[in-house]
Design a protein around this ligand. Structure first.
Ligand code: 4IA
Length: 402
């Protein structure tokens, strides 16, 4: 399968972006990738890669050339059977993509979800009060970043209480499975059948509460906007894409504030900055670091021709730190306008749940900023390694009230 090197005119890299060292700290590798050129060939995986903002942004916008239906992981669905039925959103191109996307765009729209805000604010305040009642030292990952989405999002979808402990491990495996079949994937393999079966049971019409996102997806099937066969898979998308991402997005913003106390002070002065803060954290940390596209035709980029049918790895995290696009990209800075970041993707596949994620983030930040004068890291931090996510296992923090 590997093309003879003489036919590859891109700069070559022997790096493994899914190796332990690069997952632990991807930034030095990303700087090398951007320096090497607009397109680089990764010999270890026989794929192309892009690390600069302009090319990543352009490719995400050009879904006709950079298709998703062959999978957005390393595995090429033209030759390999997908490990689970492909997502009707993420792993689809127009026209198949469009009806499921239109249904979710409406259900998860900014106006449509506004009704959740008051109940979520009360939940966030209760979570913060209960936590502070126990003390001023806690783990910002388990006690906040994971606890809040798990408290509000499964209820918003309307799934039963039992089996919710499967959501994070299932997501962790799905995000690993976009990468190569390395030890991270092997570690998840023993539980795949159990976790997939559990998630599937949550997507059935009769287990969902009558008012949640899940029921609204079934109502769209009743109207004929999507088919009955599509409904459970679209609910599966919410359960796959809606938990680990927001957990790590919240962890990212909490880590950014704990290590940039001046920015926390600014947020306290102007709580309306909470939304900017979250998008800046998504730019800065890029919880979803990478995914692939597949070329639908030969395409020339910066003097390199990528042949039709090839996988190309887009480094969202690298594009979001590209100094060609961002002034002082390694600073977490609330005075910046982070819009245009590709942390939610871009173009027709751009995160359909982004308004939900922003509401979760703004809600928890508002609850915290009312009570907490400062946050600092109080012990050794630990990354969680995942082939796609830039994630945290543990962020011990100490807060001062006020
Ligand atoms: C799906 C890229 C990521 C956020 C994502 C993962 C899974 C799905 C969608 C998006 O299963 O549809």
């Amino acid at each position: 399968m590997t093309a003879p090197l003489s036919t590859i005119d891109a700069p070559l890299s022997d790096a493994d972006p899914f190796s332990y060292d690069i997952l632990e700290d991807p930034l030095p590798f990303q700087a090398e990738l951007r320096a090497a050129g607009p397109v680089v060939y990764l010999r270890k995986y026989d794929v192309y890669a892009m690390g600069r903002y302009d090319e990543v942004h352009a490719a995400l916008t050009d879904w006709q050339t950079f298709q998703s239906a062959a999978g957005v992981g390393l595995s090429n669905f033209r030759y390999e059977k997908p490990w689970r039925p492909p997502s009707l959103l993420l792993e689809a191109d127009p026209p198949h993509h469009d009806a499921p996307r239109a249904v979710l765009t409406k259900i998860l729209g900014p106006r449509e979800i506004r009704g959740l805000a008051d109940a979520w604010a009360a939940d966030a305040e209760e979570l913060v009060e209960d936590l502070l009642a126990k003390g001023t030292e806690f783990d910002a990952v388990t006690d906040l970043a994971a606890a809040f989405p798990l408290r509000v999002f499964p209820d918003a979808v309307g799934i039963p209480k039992d089996g919710r402990e499967h959501l994070l491990p299932y997501g962790d495996h799905v995000f690993n499975a976009f990468g190569p079949p390395n030890e991270l994937v092997a570690k998840g393999a023993p539980r795949v059948a159990e976790l997939s079966a559990s998630i599937a049971t949550k997507c059935a019409r009769d287990v969902l509460t009558p008012d949640g996102f899940g029921a609204q997806i079934w109502a769209a099937a009743d109207r004929g906007d999507i088919t009955e066969a599509q409904a459970p898979l679209i609910i599966r998308s919410l359960l796959t894409a809606g938990v680990d991402t927001t957990v790590n997005g919240l962890a990212a913003v909490l880590y950014a504030f704990a290590t940039n106390p001046d920015q926390w002070a600014r947020l306290r002065e102007d709580p309306a900055l909470s939304r900017t803060a979250f998008d800046e954290a998504v730019r800065f940390e890029s919880p979803v670091q990478t995914f692939f596209r597949t070329t639908a035709r030969d395409i020339e980029i910066g003097g390199t021709v990528i042949p039709e049918g090839r996988k190309i790895l887009m480094f969202l995290g690298s594009a979001n730190r590209d100094p060609r696009r961002w002034e002082n990209p390694d600073a977490f800075d609330l005075s910046r306008d982070p819009s245009g970041h590709v942390g939610f993707g871009f173009g027709i596949h751009q995160c359909v749940g982004q308004h939900v994620a922003r509401l979760e983030a703004a809600t928890i930040l508002n609850a915290l900023s009312k009570r907490i004068a400062s946050i600092e890291i109080s012990g050794p931090t630990r990354r969680h390694h995942n082939n796609t996510l830039r994630a945290w296992e543990s962020l011990p923090v100490r807060v001062k009230l006020g």
